[in-house]
Design a protein around this ligand. Structure first.
Ligand code: AMP
Length: 122
């Protein structure tokens, strides 16, 4: 998909703050996070939404979301997290993506770079 921003990220034409990658998917920081540490997981293959995504691939993404959400909450010292996935007219980017949004009782205001450092540090 030539004009798809997430396909461009997959192809390396647009940079991202990568958290995880395998043959099927990519996870990176949302450029405009709802909360610090907000991560998106996308399939590498262009797929529109929850209805069109292959179920086996969806299951792999959900399994990875379980692992990544635990990791993100731990590294960001968050109090919990929310998982959302928009479809239809409320879906801004028309390439399937699952949002993992860490939540904080006391609001956290750290930058994208700081969040990236925390999540990716050993
Ligand atoms: P949605 O409304 O679920 O389609 O949300 C799309 C999300 O993609 C928004 O939270 C955007 O901030 C995020 N987004 C758009 N472009 C980029 C980009 N180049 N890198 C990272 N996140 C992006």
């Amino acid at each position: 998909m030539d004009n798809c921003v997430f396909c461009k990220i997959v192809k390396g034409e647009i940079s991202c703050k990568k958290i995880f990658e395998d043959n099927d998917m990519l996870a990176f920081l949302d450029i405009n996070p709802f909360k610090p540490g907000h991560v998106l997981i996308i399939p590498k293959e262009h797929t529109l939404d929850f209805q069109s995504i292959d179920e086996e691939l969806l299951s792999k993404i959900i399994k990875r979301a379980k692992i990544l959400s635990t990791h993100i909450v731990d590294k960001m010292n968050a109090d919990g997290y929310t998982i959302i996935q928009n479809n239809g007219n409320v879906q801004e980017v028309k390439h399937y993506h699952l949002h993992i949004i860490p939540k904080y009782i006391k609001d956290s205001t750290i930058s994208l770079d700081e969040a990236f450092k925390k999540i990716t540090e050993e």
